[in-house]
Write a protein that binds this ligand. Structure first.
Ligand SMILES: [Ca+2]
Ligand SMILES: [Ca+2]
Ligand SMILES: [Ca+2]
Ligand SMILES: [Ca+2]
Length: 420
């Protein structure tokens, strides 16, 4: 809930100082938010989302394929659990319009064996679908990461289903898993014609697994870190794709930040290394995420490079998350009321004191109660912090609900930035 607090702060600063929205003019001419045919915003109401475009019904027009956070419990999950695993499903919005002007009326779940296909999700990341032909049979496979960090793959079956689900493993039999909240992009990282895996972890940074097999039978020996020439400093990333941004024939990396809304690229230098990131679209910290003019696109952008308007120039599609307040409204004096509210001051001090204690052991402080704690933090200290953090979050939620007359929900919203 600290997050919502900072968001509210940003909303208020934005309103009072007249800050503009995201900065995108260097590469893009304009942007739009995807809508349904009835003019309502295309909203994934179960949280964050990841999107790609793919012709799902073979009519020659690409459809919108959206992985969601989800809300339906995974089998065997207890609804009384604080954060049970839910089914991060995949929505198919068929294109009822044209290639140049897609129209979406509704969606169907992508299925496997007659049931909605899903990956397990509990926090911080949705299903993020991606397609590539990794076994050279001319038919693309479907890939996604998930919260526990495994990489899922399905083969195309009959009637639009995706079947034969596997978790991709290394040659030694261990699943490829770089950490929680991971996403995957299948693509040819090293340019040898075989599909490799580019893997981003919200907490762990950017990695890749080289395909050392053949074009028909993939094989992965190990997972290596990718750093975009930042030395030991890992990239803050939640999703990354391969795309030749500068058109020099070598695939570069385009990635969405792990925190906030920035999108950057790292140029492929051709020797297996990448240049330092350059920002493509910047959503400055003082610009809040939202659908209104003057607000910016949502957080943790998942990237898809796709010519959305069919003008021959590939555009940047961002599947993002946006907090929506379901209460009356965020009044201009909300921030003032919030900082005057003294109930959260003492719990905040307690929390800060515990963070200070943790810093004696490491700078790697847990972001929230779902973060795996750094092993250098003593267990009892971490547990004290966890209890204090949960209490503080609950309190902030209550105060916010009181002040706004409702709760806050996370929605998946999709922006398209049109390339100049
Ligand atoms: Ca295939
Ligand atoms: Ca390769
Ligand atoms: Ca390039
Ligand atoms: Ca375009």
């Amino acid at each position: 809930m600290k997050y919502v607090l900072s968001l509210v702060v940003l909303v208020c600063i934005g309103w009072h100082s007249g800050y503009g929205q995201a900065k995108y003019e260097k590469y893009f001419s304009r942007y739009e938010i995807l809508h349904m045919s009835d003019s309502s915003v295309l909203k994934i109401n179960t949280g964050s989302c990841g999107a790609t475009f793919y012709d799902m019904n073979g009519d020659g027009k690409d459809d919108l394929v959206v992985g969601e956070f989800g809300e339906v419990l995974c089998p065997g999950q207890d609804p009384k659990e604080k954060k049970p695993f839910v089914q991060g499903r995949c929505r198919v919005y068929l294109n009822y319009g044209t290639k140049e002007c897609p129209v979406y009326k509704d969606f169907k779940w992508l299925e496997t064996n007659g049931q909605p296909l899903y990956v397990p999700i509990t926090c911080c990341v949705p299903m993020v679908p991606a397609f590539a032909d990794i076994d050279g049979d001319g038919v693309d496979e479907l890939f996604s990461g998930c919260y526990p960090g495994d990489i899922y793959m399905w083969k195309k079956g009959a009637n639009g289903e995706y079947v034969d689900q596997v978790i991709i493993k290394l040659a030694d039999g261990k699943p490829i898993n770089i950490g929680n909240a991971s996403t995957v992009f299948p693509g040819d990282v090293d340019g040898d014609g075989k599909i490799d895996l580019l893997i981003a972890g919200l907490y762990d940074g950017l990695f890749w697994a080289r395909n050392t097999g053949t074009k028909e039978v993939f094989r992965f020996e190990k997972v290596e870190r990718m750093n975009c020439n930042l030395g030991e400093e890992k990239i803050g990333v939640n999703h990354a794709v391969l795309y030749d941004w500068d058109g020099d024939g070598k695939l570069d990396i385009v990635f969405g930040a792990g925190y906030g809304g920035n999108v950057s690229w790292c140029r492929n230098l051709g020797d297996g290394t990448y240049a330092e990131p350059e920002i493509l679209v910047e959503r400055p910290e003082e610009v809040s995420a939202g659908l209104e003019p003057g607000q910016g696109h949502g957080d943790k952008p998942k990237i898809c490079i796709y010519d959305y308007d069919g003008d021959g120039k590939e555009d940047l599609v961002l599947a993002t998350e946006v907090w929506e307040n379901t209460g009356c409204e965020m009044t201009p004096d909300l921030f003032e009321k919030l900082i005057k509210d003294e109930r959260w001051v003492k719990p905040r001090k307690t929390l800060d004191a515990l963070v200070k204690k943790m810093r004696k052991y490491t700078d790697n402080i847990p972001e929230n109660s779902y973060t795996e704690p750094d092993s250098r933090i003593p267990k009892d200290l971490y547990e004290k912090w966890l209890a204090a953090n949960n209490e503080y979050d609950g309190l902030m939620q209550r105060i916010m609900n009181e002040l706004t007359g409702g709760s806050t929900n996370l929605n998946g919203i999709i922006w398209v930035y049109y390339r100049k």
